[in-house]
Design a protein around this ligand. Structure first.
Ligand SMILES: CC(=O)N[C@H]1[C@@H](OP(=O)(O)OP(=O)(O)OC[C@H]2O[C@@H](n3ccc(=O)[nH]c3=O)[C@H](O)[C@@H]2O)O[C@H](CO)[C@@H](O)[C@@H]1O
Length: 358
């Protein structure tokens, strides 16, 4: 008997793939044939093809939707058009019951094609303020789920529901000893994990490395610095361990860490919250983005579960002082984290999505 089909989409950054990765095992367990529509060269292709052999990946063209001038602004609409046509052909062949769209530019042609093919779409927004791709897709989506209650203020009544964050179950399965082994740390001092989001952050990398000597006198550091950002001169420094991007090892590295310094991407901060890591957030500035990380971070700060420093202030602050400040506030932050519960299990989320199928 033919298995029911579901199509997932979303990409550009890992933040637009994490939720899909959490849901894949559940749809698989439910007997679905799972297909993923992503771009030819985005991180989604690497993550899905590399970690989920049960999923069939289809690459389409997509264009970036920029808020600034670029010559590509003239060619990208044609790429989106081609992407719509490619997605439409794929959808006509697969005839999925439903499409789940996690946002990011590649999701736009898929959602438009779904409307033409009359296939229901459920979207998902991780950040406080909706991303441009989700905003464009909204009129063509049947419903949108949000992580933050506050996001509902940006969305039409009746079309959006707050579900909380969906966390990959493996995040909870980290083993501290294994994390220390992977990082090659002696664990004689408290361990900080520094996470610059899925792409790494030059701002965080520079701030930590500038003061590394003094930091390492008191702490050990696991540094997720992003692709191409390994500093070879620091490769053999005791107590310091750098990675470009970690896949299976991430839960163990999180378990090995006592504290976190992170960008304020939604998935990363909810993962840190779920495993109760006291966190200092340095959100991506509004000048470089739509300001979504500033809103995410201020909400965490207002709940007493994170400290924040703006990246513009970093030059005048000592990273070492910031690390020490986080250590001081550890118990209060952890106590507050234990009172916050804002997650939905992948199983419950999958059922909610399927309630919109044809
Ligand atoms: C520059 C940019 O556009 N950032 C956006 C992007 O961030 P970004 O792609 O960084 O997304 P998040 O911080 O939400 O999630 C990062 C994900 O990558 C994983 N991870 C990270 C490093 C690593 O080595 N291994 C690993 O697995 C984390 O566990 C997490 O699941 O999407 C987020 C969610 O919409 C937004 O809030 C961010 O503003």
């Amino acid at each position: 008997m033919k298995r029911p089909v579901i199509v997932l989409t979303g990409g550009g950054t890992a933040g637009h793939v994490s939720v899909n990765e959490a849901l894949i095992p559940v749809f698989d367990e439910k007997g679905y044939e799972i297909h993923y529509i992503g771009s030819h060269d985005g991180i989604e292709k690497e993550l899905i093809n590399g970690g989920h052999p049960e999923v069939t990946y289809h690459a389409i063209q997509s264009g970036k939707l920029r808020r600034y001038f670029s010559m590509k602004n003239f060619s990208d609409p044609f790429r989106v058009g081609t992407g719509v046509l490619q997605a439409y052909i794929i959808l006509q062949k697969l005839k999925p019951e439903i499409i789940f769209s996690k946002g990011g530019f590649v999701s736009v042609p898929v959602v438009l094609a779904a409307k033409l093919a009359k296939i229901p779409v459920v979207a998902h927004e991780s950040d406080v303020s909706p991303g441009l791709a989700n905003k464009l897709a909204l009129p063509f989506s049947n419903h949108i789920f949000t992580v933050f209650e506050e996001t509902l203020n940006y969305l039409p009544n009746g079309k959006a529901t707050c579900t909380g964050a969906v966390i990959r179950p493996e995040i909870f399965s980290g083993i501290r000893k294994e994390g220390l082994r992977i990082a090659g740390l002696p664990c004689e001092k408290p361990v900080f994990i520094v996470m610059g989001g899925s792409q790494g952050s030059a701002v965080l990398n520079d701030a930590v490395r500038k003061e590394l000597d003094s930091i390492l006198k008191r702490f050990e550091v696991i540094h997720l610095c992003g692709k191409g950002n390994i500093d070879e001169s620091l490769e053999l420094v005791p107590g310091y361990s750098q990675f470009e991007y970690v896949t299976e090892g991430l839960p163990h590295l999180l378990a090995a860490a006592d504290f976190a310094v992170s960008r304020a991407g939604s998935n990363a901060i909810f993962e840190l919250l779920s495993v109760h890591k006291p966190m200092l957030l340095i959100p991506l500035s509004a000048a470089k983005s739509r300001g979504d990380q500033l809103l995410n971070a201020s909400l965490f700060k207002s709940l007493g579960i994170a400290q924040i420093v703006q990246e513009e202030e970093l030059d005048n602050l000592s990273m070492m002082d910031l690390f020490n400040q986080l250590v001081k506030e550890k118990s209060e932050l952890v106590e507050n984290m234990k009172k916050v519960s804002n997650t939905k299990s992948p199983e419950m989320m999958a059922d909610l999505i399927l309630s919109y199928k044809k």
